[in-house]
Design a protein around this ligand. Structure first.
Ligand code: AR6
Length: 231
């Protein structure tokens, strides 16, 4: 039988190991609480007029493809309104496919205020941008560039002058940006989706064969970009 002293030593050892494990988890974001998280808007479905049924199929298909490849990292689809049609379509389709709701879920909130207003810590956010990678223009692009301040525009310019549709670029956010200091966002991934709006450049004139292909590529580029940060 173990002596009292031996038991105490062993339990101290266990406690010490737990403490070390906890520290290791914090340091490397191993625990799910601190797991890297990408918040993304539904690409192309507002200003770019992309069909919501088709877009929701593609979002769920791509999430299913990537969610397990991403290890502990989590994905969250965000929209502004409780009544968001795209959020309810995606929620229903993700449930049908039994996608792990700890690793992928939907969230109602402003993507630039997820931590301060929603208590959700997303270290990476995606932006549905324009081909010039320019601030403004309304929608989520205007919101993100405005919340991030000029630091994002400078960091973006350093990476690229333009973006083709179906592509994404990862931009590390300088710590001087209020989005970094206030919301804990370390990277913005700009994504250019297919455009179905005749009032915007490169309209696909309702060609959904091309459109769906480009939207799939856009989500692949986005999730590959996120994977490159997580690794
Ligand atoms: N937080 C969360 N979601 C948002 C926010 C926000 N602050 N703002 C919009 N959404 P859109 P697109 C949602 O139009 O269709 C821009 O002018 C919105 O409800 O921003 O890809 C660019 O410069 C919708 O679900 O992007 C491009 O020219 C989703 O974000 C063009 O619009 C995408 O809506 C891109 O059009």
């Amino acid at each position: 039988t173990q002596s009292h002293a031996t038991k105490e030593r062993d339990s101290n050892q266990v406690l010490k190991s737990c403490e070390e494990l906890k520290m290791a988890c914090v340091g490397s974001s191993i625990s799910l609480e601190n797991a890297p998280m990408l918040a993304f808007p539904s690409i192309s479905t507002a200003d770019f007029h992309f069909n919501l049924e088709k877009a929701s199929d593609i979002i769920v298909e791509k999430v299913e493809e990537y969610v397990n490849k991403l290890g502990n990292a989590r994905l969250v689809l965000v929209d502004l309104s409780q009544n968001s049609k795209i959020l309810s379509l995606v929620r229903a389709k993700a449930a049908e496919k039994s996608i792990d709701s700890k690793k992928f879920f939907t969230f109602v909130g402003n993507i630039t205020k997820l931590y301060s207003e929603g208590g959700l810590h997303c270290n990476v956010i995606a932006n549905a941008t324009n081909w010039r990678l320019k601030p403004g223009g309304g929608g989520v692009n205007a919101a993100i560039f405005s919340a991030a301040g000029p630091a994002l525009e400078t960091a973006t310019k350093a990476k690229a002058g333009s973006l083709s549709s179906g592509k994404a670029i990862v931009v590390p956010l300088p710590s001087s940006s209020p989005l970094f200091s206030g919301e804990g966002v370390t990277h913005v991934i700009h994504v250019l989706g297919p455009n179905m709006n005749p009032q915007r450049p490169n309209c696909l004139d309702n060609d959904y064969v091309k459109g769906c292909k480009i939207l799939r590529e856009a989500y692949s580029s986005l999730f590959d970009g996120f994977a490159s940060i997580v690794r």
